[in-house]
Design a binder for this molecule. Structure first.
Ligand SMILES: [Zn+2]
Length: 551
């Protein structure tokens, strides 16, 4: 009797009312939604309803059960039409029987509002002028914003009462009694603007709702990722971050407030995500991810988004995801640039180690605290991560495949670099995790051809290096160079990111120099791993040169 159903036939209201008949109930309330002939200034000729039925029925049944327990009514039922409907046809019917009228009204109102917001039902309007368009039903039902005179509402609302104990109430009356009963107007999430996209639709929304996404890092990249995924209605969001908010975070981590400084970021982010969208189940993991805890946490999710700013975590996460065959979306930002790479071990795609076989240590890209960053830069890349996540979760077209997107936001230039899967990719996971693949336990990373001893060179002065035939490239940032220029007669200044992204072609023997030798080593190793030979790093960097000069 308490059922949520779809009907391809006209709704048989008397039969449905008979189903709810119960001599112990003095109140019966029904809602009938009818197709009307106009919507948003367009003359509607007829319309079609479509539903994602398996999920819709589950959600509908859940709503009926909620109404029954919440308002202590005895019976509740709802039927929604699907298929082609003419003007005046009944699109949806809700019926409730209860001991008393008030509960019946309130439960009836609750059911229709929740059905409109939560059940994946989709409507195509055919207009008199020959056009047609898919329209989301949710926007017709935002209870706080719409009045009966609202032109958006396309259905007539009828609340009717048939039992002797009940009075006949108009819709407006029922609405106000509902307001008084709750003390406020119910607030529900509204996904209409994304469901209106034909690639998304009700089915896409349903997929988001059943998705579980892990966001590792609640900083500059994580903030837009968390905001957009919570807003989009991803069912379950896991947030990993062991750090507390610092004042210097705020220029790029706009989810937080100055008054929150000192509090754990994952908790703050969870609070904000829940208030943005109470539909989303948010789980926090207040840990720094390591190889031990990562596998347990990652295995609880369908998709992982890496929003960390250190490379050892990225590679560890890569390895865990390759092992568990989970897709993961990586991004790194550096000053005004950044890159985006989607790793799909579930589709036998290239992983991070296929692209960067040697570059495994921190320092390949300086982090924000060292190199500085403009807030919108991680904002843009985090937003791109959120976008790719939605594309993957809803299987939208245009997903970033086996390629890496590199963008310079200062020049607004972008390029896509092919990411080739290495033949030994299945073994990549065992590089840092050891177990699972059997053998090659703990070989560690960065221990092959890019050994530091092959790459690092020592010189007392840079002129010695020039005399030995090296071209010297200072890969430090312009600000550092102004503060302490390199003591050499011929030096090219090319920031690390440019060297890495291949904008400056290296020819001949090249010696890279940075402040401490850390960035230059990582950059040299990375370039070698991608086939650039004859690139070296000045061991100890400028600091070593200055020490040698004093000695
Ligand atoms: Zn790989």
């Amino acid at each position: 009797m308490n059922r949520f159903r779809f009907s391809h036939e006209p709704i048989d209201e008397p039969a449905l009312r008979a189903e709810l008949a119960d001599p112990t109930c003095g109140g019966y309330c029904a809602f009938e939604g009818l197709v009307r002939n106009h919507n948003e200034g367009m003359q509607v000729r007829h319309l079609e309803y479509e539903a994602f039925e398996p999920l819709a029925i589950k959600e509908g049944e859940r709503i009926l059960a909620e109404a029954i327990s919440r308002f202590e009514v005895d019976h509740a039922s709802c039927v929604h039409r699907v298929g082609d409907l003419a003007i005046g046809d009944m699109a949806v019917w809700v019926g409730v029987s209860a001991r008393h009228r008030d509960e019946a009204f309130r439960a009836c109102r609750y059911i229709i509002d929740e059905v409109k917001h939560r059940v994946p039902i989709w409507k195509k309007e055919h207009y008199v002028n020959g056009d047609s368009g898919w329209v989301n039903c949710e926007r017709c039902a935002a209870p706080s914003a719409h009045t009966d005179a609202e032109p958006h509402a396309h259905e007539h609302d009828h609340a009717s009462a048939h039992r002797p104990d009940s009075h006949v109430h108009g819709e407006a009356k029922a609405r106000s009694s509902s307001k008084h009963a709750h003390g406020h107007v119910s607030l529900v999430s509204d996904y209409s603007r994304q469901i209106a996209l034909k690639e998304v639709g009700a089915a896409g929304q349903a997929k988001l709702r059943s998705s579980r996404v892990l966001v590792v890092g609640c900083g500059g990249l994580g903030v837009p990722v968390i905001s957009y995924l919570a807003g989009a209605g991803v069912g379950r969001l896991g947030l990993v971050d062991g750090d507390k908010l610092e004042p210097s975070n705020l220029h790029r981590q706009t989810l937080y407030a100055l008054a929150d400084v000192g509090k754990p970021k994952a908790e703050l982010a969870a609070e904000r995500a829940s208030s943005l969208n109470p539909d989303v189940h948010v789980q926090t993991h207040l840990v720094r991810l390591d190889a031990q805890n990562a596998r347990d946490i990652v295995s609880q999710y369908d998709l992982v988004i890496d929003c960390t700013d250190n490379f050892s975590t990225k590679f560890m996460l890569n390895d865990v995801c390759v092992q568990l065959a989970k897709p993961v979306i990586f991004s790194s930002v550096y000053q005004y640039e950044g890159q985006l790479q989607v790793v799909r071990p579930d589709r036998a795609g290239a992983c991070l180690r296929c692209v960067w076989p040697e570059a495994t240590r921190d320092g390949i890209v300086g982090n924000c605290s060292e190199a500085g960053v403009l807030g919108p830069v991680p904002g843009v890349f985090g937003t791109l991560q959120a976008l790719e996540a939605l594309k993957i979760l809803m299987n939208l077209p245009g997903q970033l495949g086996d390629e890496m997107l590199v963008m310079d936001l200062l020049t607004m230039s972008s390029s896509r670099v092919r990411a080739r899967r290495a033949s030994d990719c299945p073994d990549h996971a065992s590089r840092s995790l050891g177990s699972g693949a059997g053998g090659s336990v703990g070989t560690g990373a960065g221990t092959s051809s890019g050994n530091a001893e092959n790459v690092e060179l020592e010189f007392d002065t840079l002129d010695d290096a020039l005399n030995a035939g090296f071209e010297i490239i200072d890969i430090r940032e312009p600000k550092e160079i102004v503060e302490t220029p390199l003591p050499a007669s011929r030096v090219r200044n090319v920031p690390m990111a440019e060297v890495l992204y291949g904008k400056s072609l290296l020819s001949g023997k090249t010696l890279l120099v940075c402040a401490s030798g850390r960035r230059s080593l990582a950059t040299s190793q990375d370039l070698r791993s991608r086939g650039t030979a004859n690139v070296f790093s000045l061991k100890g960097g400028l600091q070593a040169l200055l020490r040698a000069a004093k000695a």
